[in-house]
Design a protein around this ligand. Structure first.
Ligand SMILES: CC(=O)N[C@H]1[C@@H](OP(=O)(O)OP(=O)(O)OC[C@H]2O[C@@H](n3ccc(=O)[nH]c3=O)[C@H](O)[C@@H]2O)O[C@H](CO)[C@@H](O)[C@@H]1O[C@H](C)C(=O)N[C@@H](C)C(=O)N[C@H](CCC(=O)O)C(=O)O
Ligand SMILES: Nc1ncnc2c1ncn2[C@@H]1O[C@H](COP(=O)(O)OP(=O)(O)OP(=O)(O)O)[C@@H](O)[C@H]1O
Length: 487
């Protein structure tokens, strides 16, 4: 139980009608979750407007309402607080309600188009190995030290974030690594949180269904760095042309990392093969089991972050060499008949290009590289032909298949993807709507030493077709088919 006026601390308020001395049991922005004594925050969404559920919330015994527009009829005994932006108010309320949990641990946010999950999860792994109690808020899972919860979003809503941070406080967690998505920043989910550091991985074409233009997408990412405090660090990849943009207006201490450009943490790749990467970072040699150019960037960001958070260099070198790859992120197996299958979450043109270039830079070129890939439904359609183009340009064979079609017709998605295939590559590709069948066909086509890449779904344990989720896992599926079909 908290008193309303206490949880309104630092919320920018336009008007109050009613008593702010009342007790609040819980906060919700979904009227369906309201119970006796709760506070309802009316948020304007894309499908509906939370303001239209105020009446419903009061019927369910909400005692206070936060809204951008006061309802025409006000109910006696209910307190109404009018604000400019309900999402922003929600974030501040959540932090107040849970007792400022981000201030009781070191919170590090990882943002960028690709690499957020990898960097955040590996930092969790590294700090755990160093003996700390650690938290993780990621697309794959949420971890309150050793307690695991299912993740539903890359960056959960502000109430959920603060709830988990509070639980981390209770468990004595010292460091928390969280992914910060552009949707999250735009919807103020991270507002009011105290960050110890922010990491920028890269920025490429993505989420333009949500953000209208690339510039808007970039500027949203930038606000995360603009809002860091002067005690925090901002660590950015300056090989990405938007890296320095992120640092332009930040008060935080600025650090850079790069493979090509001048940077505080500058690395050179000495070895890159299936088995591991050897990097020279400033004056130290850093070895890791992770492979591929993009992981060189990820490892560099992790190395720098560990140092910035005060770990000893010698310890960091040892811990980096022990890191294991993250589920569905360049996760690979080699079958008994020497077929390599790689499962990767690459679901953007840039990520797919990176993965294929990584494989091509490691393989001998005598083998086939068979790519199985699709694109999700109800998401950015402009990336479909781009992914079709990239897959066929950089593989020797391609099987286009369904990703998560969601509410869209899978055949129509596949047609969009096929539009990106150049005429000279027509013969390289075939289309099989059923994902399991597509993976099976890739396994049948593969000969010893060939490489199969299954891209797009990574760690996911389901496939969403027509609004329904069916059990499905790329790694398990390819593992089983390779066993069954052993040559
Ligand atoms: C597309 C998008 O971002 N949607 C956000 C939007 O939801 P919406 O517009 O669909 O909401 P709505 O259904 O119109 O409802 C509006 C409000 O009325 C409330 N409501 C609704 C029905 C009802 O009976 N009672 C009620 O109170 C809802 O709880 C909501 O607060 O407004 C909601 C409230 O702020 C957000 O929670 C929701 O994000 C949801 C969680 C979402 O799935 N977003 C995705 C796209 C997302 O955030 N993805 C990023 C990363 C992606 C990536 O990197 O790949 C992420 O961080 O996960
Ligand atoms: N630093 C990087 N640069 C470019 N591509 C990367 C990088 N790190 C990983 N990738 C590729 O992008 C895919 C997604 O990686 P990861 O899940 O870490 O990114 P993410 O930012 O969390 O994406 P999402 O929010 O969509 O999950 C990986 O499987 C890999 O193919």
């Amino acid at each position: 139980m908290k008193v309303l006026k206490d949880i309104l601390y630092k919320v920018s308020i336009n008007a109050v009608v009613g008593d702010t001395g009342i007790a609040i049991n819980a906060i919700h922005f979904d009227s369906r979750k309201i119970g006796n004594g709760d506070l309802f925050v009316a948020v304007k969404g894309t499908v509906s407007d939370g303001h239209s559920f105020i009446e419903k919330a009061i019927e369910l015994k909400a005692v206070a309402v936060i809204c951008e527009n006061l309802p025409e009829i006000l109910i006696d005994g209910v307190t109404y607080v009018q604000v400019d932006n309900s999402n922003s108010a929600l974030a501040i309320l959540a932090s107040n309600f849970y007792g400022f949990p981000s201030e009781n641990l070191k919170l590090i946010g990882v943002t960028g188009t690709n690499g957020k999950t990898t960097v955040a999860s590996l930092l969790y792994q590294l700090f755990k190995s160093a003996g700390y109690k650690v938290g993780l808020l990621s697309t794959v899972k949420i971890l309150v030290d050793n307690i695991e919860y299912k993740a539903t979003h890359t960056t959960p809503d502000s109430l959920t974030i603060n709830k988990y941070l509070k639980e981390m406080n209770d468990e004595g967690v010292e460091f928390c690594f969280m992914e910060v998505s552009s949707h999250g920043i735009h919807q103020c989910r991270t507002e009011g949180l105290l960050f110890e550091g922010g990491i920028f991985t890269n920025l490429s074409h993505d989420h333009l269904d949500y953000h209208n233009t690339f510039a808007e997408y970039r500027d949203v990412k930038k606000t995360f760095f603009d809002e860091l405090s002067e005690n925090a660090f901002a660590l950015v990849n300056v090989d990405d042309k938007n890296g320095l943009v992120m640092l332009q207006n930040t008060k935080a201490k600025k650090y850079t990392y790069a493979l090509k450009s001048y940077a505080d943490y500058k690395a050179q790749i000495l070895e890159n093969q299936f088995g591991g990467l050897l990097l020279k970072v400033n004056d130290s040699e850093v070895w890791t089991k992770l492979i591929g150019n993009f992981n060189a960037y990820n490892v560099l960001a992790i190395y720098a972050t560990a140092e910035l958070l005060g770990l000893e260099k010698v310890e960091v070198l040892r811990l980096v060499s022990d890191l294991e790859s993250v589920s569905g992120r360049f996760q690979y197996l080699i079958s008994d008949d020497k077929i390599t299958a790689i499962v990767d979450y690459a679901h953007t043109p840039d990520a797919l290009k990176n993965v294929l270039e990584t494989i091509n830079s490691i393989r001998t070129k005598n083998e086939e590289l068979i790519t199985v890939v699709g694109c999700g439904g109800d998401r950015d359609k402009t990336k479909r032909p781009k992914m079709g183009h990239i897959a066929t340009e950089l593989s020797t064979k391609v099987i286009f298949t369904s990703d998560n079609p969601r509410s869209e017709d899978p055949d129509e998605i596949l047609k969009d993807i096929e539009k990106g295939v150049e005429p000279q590559n027509y013969k390289k590709s075939l289309t099989i709507v059923d994902r399991a069948q597509a993976i099976k066909t890739a396994c049948q086509l593969a000969q010893p030493n060939d490489i199969i890449l299954i891209a797009g779904k990574g760690h996911e344990s389901y496939q969403e077709i027509n609004g329904e989720r069916f059990d499905f896992n790329d790694y398990k599926t390819v593992q089983e088919f390779l066993k069954q079909l052993q040559k």
